[in-house]
Ligand binder design. Structure first.
Ligand code: PRT
Ligand code: ZN
Length: 211
């Protein structure tokens, strides 16, 4: 019996996900372009996937657990449990407008066009603030939308803020603070739950040692 974990194949969370497993004493040999591998010293099978697909795989039980940004978990609205925050991949989902926009508060977004790759989270945020706006879902290069006249504002992930700055934008509202999390399937078999508990114990020890 093995625990199946999904991690990002490549991208911002890939290295840190592997590093976390290593710090937990788990050796995995991740050859280039491998989609699946096994740990040599822990009953763990590792799937390398697009981050966007990870919540679905966990909901379906194809993977028992996964490492993914909380932002992706919330946007995808899949039935998964967030069992542990992992302290890396930190960022925020923020509203931004052009530097010249005389922004005084959230009411300034009323009836505006907002470009984002996070329509669900942004929709909830606007609704809870009583703002009605037009959401334009785009999958990438969100930051250029105001400059090309596609939108009045954007909502995108920010870490250093340099991408916004380089595109002549300023951050005006934080919608969500996010970091990588360990997410788990709702109905794990007892054997898998035991393995998850063992892994969690190690993760928590690693995290404690860092603080
Ligand atoms: O290929 P795949 O679909 O798996 O990856 P992806 O391209 O969708 O995601 P990826 O690798 O870019 O990000 C994975 C996760 O990392 C995100 O879901 C977040 O949880 C987390 N993360 C942390 C970030 C950032 N920081 C971040 N800065 N994800 C994206 N960005 C982007 C942001 O979209 C913007 O374009 O970086 C740019 C801004 O960075 P700054 O430093 O200029 O502010
Ligand atoms: Zn993605």
């Amino acid at each position: 019996m093995k625990l199946k974990i999904a991690i990002q194949k490549s991208g911002r969370l890939h290295e840190d996900s592997i590093k976390l497993l290593k710090e937990c004493g788990i050796d995995i040999n991740n050859g280039v372009n491998k989609l699946k591998t096994e740990a040599s010293n822990f009953p763990l099978e590792v799937f390398f996937l697009r981050d966007d697909d990870i919540p679905q795989y966990i909901e379906d039980g194809v993977a028992d657990i996964g490492i993914v940004g909380e932002n992706v978990v919330l946007e995808k609205q899949k039935q998964v449990n967030i069992v542990q925050k992992l302290g890396f991949g930190k960022c925020r989902l923020s509203m931004a407008v052009e530097k010249s926009f005389d922004y005084t508060g959230i009411q300034d977004l009323h009836n505006k066009r907002i470009a984002t790759s996070y329509p669900v989270i942004v929709g909830d945020f606007l609704k809870s603030n009583g703002i009605s706006a037009e959401i334009h879902e785009i999958s990438g290069s969100v930051e250029i939308a105001p400059g090309i006249g596609l939108a009045d504002a954007i909502c995108d992930l920010v870490s250093s803020g340099s991408t916004l700055f380089m595109n002549g934008l300023k951050e005006v509202e934080t919608v969500l603070k996010s970091e990588a999390v360990l997410a788990a399937c709702h109905d794990l078999q007892p054997a898998q739950q035991q393995l998850l508990d063992k892994l969690l114990f190690r993760i928590q020890a690693v995290r404690k040692a860092k603080n």
